[in-house]
Design a protein around this ligand. Structure first.
Ligand code: GLU
Length: 490
């Protein structure tokens, strides 16, 4: 195989959709697995859909996800920069390049100028719809000679350039996932290649760029499949060698419809904000539409690069299962170095108003223990506040079971004994916390569930939860005493 070069080519029309991230990921995995290069190109030929800040957002989402592409569009010191030997990589910076190839197609008779007004085209479409026909251009301007067209343009008439498709010709190509595909030109439209404002359409720009950027494999969403025959025909007209194609199955909701904003989070940013780790999201996303040969489901980027191939990409859409994502993410939370875990928890605690940034800076040991205590119960970092809320503020007993525990006859003896032990120390440390329950058992004769459940209920308001000794250290002497007094009504 000649050099493997793949590209992710998003349009800057908003946030990066989770399905787009998966496309980028598969491009990246295949490029890296084959010692190739991955390029980020920005397809902004439809200026009406351009969204301010979208390019920056795309770049930062890819960076966050660990998709470390080689060439194309990057951010440096807050500026968008283009790097690599095949630039520019932003299509609006390449307009003169497209013009040259459009001229070549016009000269060779593979394309023609079309002067039809928007009104005429709207009218045509309406008529075709009424007749139950597929809306398409009727070819009125196909017979205008290039000479005549140029004269009309010189006089100020506006025109677009259309592809002149041959009549009744089968166009075939091979897709590495879907096999051979053939479409007849009678089912296709004379695609606009260049708009009257001098901007190419996506179809023209994508073919020119993929060729000039020496792209070996085009890996994109299946929504582009109907466009591919037009692109194949353009490669032929321009006498260019065609790349390999892979059209990826969609990313679907549980109801097998396309994952859409209406049904919840779809942007990479949303998932980041909810406390998914990039490693977790990337690992899970790789499995939506692709499966490894073995049964292993926890796969690092390195593992994915080693194992990825297009033969195991499915043709059918992959369902995006949030529970499975949570399970995978929980795995990565368990493995995260404590420092990083704490750094990710701090903004959550601050946002929830449980701690201030100052507090967090001063209480690093507290935060280490806090996160060690709850990390096994976390699927997403956004859950941190709800898991630790019971430690802050006054005791709140809402659980029925906990209320019952606090009504037990021996609660007074138990908590008095704990109070005495607390009074005897300056602070609650791990030594104290891990031995105090034994001491109380000895002193009061209360043991087992009758010892632990009411104590936990009194200290946390719940009957279940993380390691009790850790909770004691996290609460500290004063808070423990406050809660004991609160329960005893003192
Ligand atoms: N610009 C297209 C998009 O926004 C990319 C299509 C392609 O990869 O060819 O999805």
């Amino acid at each position: 195989m000649s050099e493997v070069r793949l590209r992710f080519a998003p349009s800057p029309t908003g946030f990066l959709h989770i399905g787009g991230l998966r496309t980028a990921l598969y491009n990246y995995l295949f490029a890296k697995a084959n010692d190739g290069k991955m390029i980020l190109r920005i397809e902004d030929t439809d200026q009406t859909r351009f969204v301010e800040g979208a390019i920056e957002g795309l770049i930062s989402a890819l960076k966050w996800a660990g998709i470390d592409y080689d060439e194309g569009v990057f951010m440096e010191d807050g500026e968008i920069v283009e790097k690599g030997d095949y630039g520019p990589y932003i299509q609006s910076n390449r307009l003169d390049i497209y013009q040259k190839y459009v001229d070549q197609l016009l000269e060779a008779g593979y394309a023609y100028y079309c002067f039809c007004s928007k009104d005429r085209l709207d009218h045509l479409r309406e008529e075709q719809k009424i007749k139950g026909q597929i809306p398409r251009y009727d070819g009125l301007c196909r017979s205008i000679s290039l000479e005549e067209a140029r004269e009309r343009i010189a006089k100020g008439e506006k025109a677009v350039v259309r592809l002149k498709l041959p009549v009744d010709k089968d166009i075939s190509f091979h897709d590495l996932v879907r096999g051979d595909i053939t479409i007849n030109t009678n089912e296709m439209d004379d695609q606009v290649l260049m708009k009257s404002d001098g901007f190419p359409t996506y179809h023209m720009a994508v073919v020119v760029d993929d060729h000039l950027m020496k792209i070996s494999h085009i890996v994109r969403g299946e929504e582009w499949l109907p466009s591919t025959p037009k692109h194949i025909y353009l490669y032929d007209c321009l006498g260019w060698e065609k790349p390999e194609y892979v059209h990826l199955p969609g990313v679907l909701n549980a109801d097998h419809k396309k994952l859409s904003k209406r049904q919840g989070d779809v942007s990479v940013e949303d998932f980041k904000n909810r406390g998914y780790l990039p490693e977790g999201l990337v690992n899970y996303l790789a499995l939506v539409g692709w499966s490894p040969e073995g049964n292993e489901e926890i796969l690092s980027m390195e593992d994915l690069i080693q194992q990825f191939s297009f033969d195991r990409v499915s043709k059918a859409g992959g369902v995006f299962d949030k529970n499975k994502l949570d399970w995978v993410n929980a795995h990565y939370i368990k493995k995260l170095p404590m420092d990083e875990l704490v750094d990710l928890a701090i903004p959550e605690l601050v946002k929830a108003g449980l701690m201030t940034e100052e507090d967090c800076k001063e209480k690093r040991d507290f935060l280490d223990l806090l996160m060690e205590t709850i990390r096994d119960s976390l699927s997403r970092m956004e859950e941190v506040p709800e898991k630790v809320d019971f430690l802050f503020g006054d005791l709140e007993v809402t659980e029925e079971d906990a209320k019952d525990q606090l009504k037990e006859d021996h609660i007074g003896d138990l908590l008095k004994a704990l109070e005495e032990e607390l009074d005897a120390v300056d602070e609650v440390d791990q030594d104290f916390a891990s031995s105090v329950m034994k001491k109380i058992q000895k002193k009061t004769g209360i043991k087992g569930k009758k010892l632990y459940m009411p104590t936990r209920a009194a200290l946390t308001g719940n009957v279940h939860g993380p390691e009790l000794s850790n909770i004691m250290v996290l609460l500290g002497k004063e808070k423990m005493l406050d809660r004991i007094h609160q329960v005893l009504g003192e």
